[in-house]
Design a protein around this ligand. Sequence first.
Ligand SMILES: *Cc1c(COP(=O)(O)O)cnc(C)c1O
Length: 435
Amino acid sequence: MKFRSISGVSPAVPFREALFRGLAPDGTLYVPETIPPLPPRFFEAHPSTSFPEVATAVIAGFAGDIPETEISRIVRAAISFPVPLIQIEEGLYVLELFHGPTLAFKDIGVRFMAQTLSAFLAKEGGHLTILTATSGDTGGAVAHGFHGVPNISAYLLYPAGRVSRIQEQQMTTLGGNIHAMEVDGTFDDCQKLIKETLLDPDVVLARRLTTANSINIGRLLPQVAYYIWADLQLRMLFDRHNPVIVVPSGNLGNLTAALYAKNMGIAAEGFVAATNENKVLVDYLSTGSVVPTAPVHTYSSAMDVGNPNNISRIQNLFGNNFEFLRSVLSAVSISDEETSDEIQRTFERSGYLLDPHTAVGIRAARIEKGKRGNTPFIVPATAHPAKFPEIVEQATGSPVTMPKELRAILTKPKQSMQIGADYQAWKGIILRNRA
Ligand SMILES: *Cc1c(COP(=O)(O)O)cnc(C)c1O
């Protein structure tokens, strides 16, 4: 199984190369040449099946260049925490993806990527620089996932003033091989700086680079696995109906993974992208054209993306057939007011605390549920509510208990470098700094 670039200009490559490159040399994203089917036993309820087992089988289908025993070892080291499916109301389930060290789903893809790159580097030698633009949660996940990993240094570019205090502390307090850059601009500016760097021959010749953004296919593979795992748990534990999967969406990596899982064989009845007021995808599904916008700041700030990168992967998966895509995927935009109202409503109904991103998903699920009768709905819970305490406390009127990992981080000194959203200045820094 190989990965080809979406434009098809660059040659198809094995998993290892797609992982190390991040972006194909022609500037487009890598996609799998085919979606490998999963052995049928993974779709039969079997109580002894574990998440690492499912993830190993899923990833092995895509990454034939890594021995399955090695994938299993990496998965068990990277995803050493539970991924439970929880029923919060009749027919409404959340897949809790926030039990990793930075309390957001990005830990899953990023930690798998870090462990895999480190395993290759241990064999091959050499140094690698990871470049990441972050709207908040990727930065923390990359900082923690790559901190202290030998032969790797990581640069995190985040929009100054647009990430929460906890998110900022998670990415700026580790130091060592982790470099936090506070960019005077938006997330899309950060993403643009990274894409430009990856395509700049001066930098690429001087340093070996890749990206840990969801541009990188390595992030998506374990994410495909948790949708298959969710489907399996639903069947095993609760409900035999085919679910609708509602994905809180920003850069659309998580949604792409859900759609790959569909092609691997999960029996979902449909998919819904839940976005905040940054609704490029919603507009695309109604008009047929992708019109990037300047991102607006919302309560679900990790989804404030005005130019979602993975849209090209989704179009590609559906053979650029817009009507086919629309028959599988719908999209809903949720306002901040609805988000806050949903946090309060769900807390009052079931005592379950939602973070603002998951709340966008739950509200979208409620809207769609009205149209679909008894169908169960699954929403991946993308972050722990304590990551966004101000918004959650304001909505529910009661304080959020802070897990001790977070409390410890809040008192550490911030280490970051402030830069403008200017490519030449940034390029100077990356070329000068060797660590
Ligand atoms: C990144 C993020 C999202 C959006 O995921 P994409 O894959 O970029 O669509 C949603 N929720 C949280 C908490 C996030 O950190």
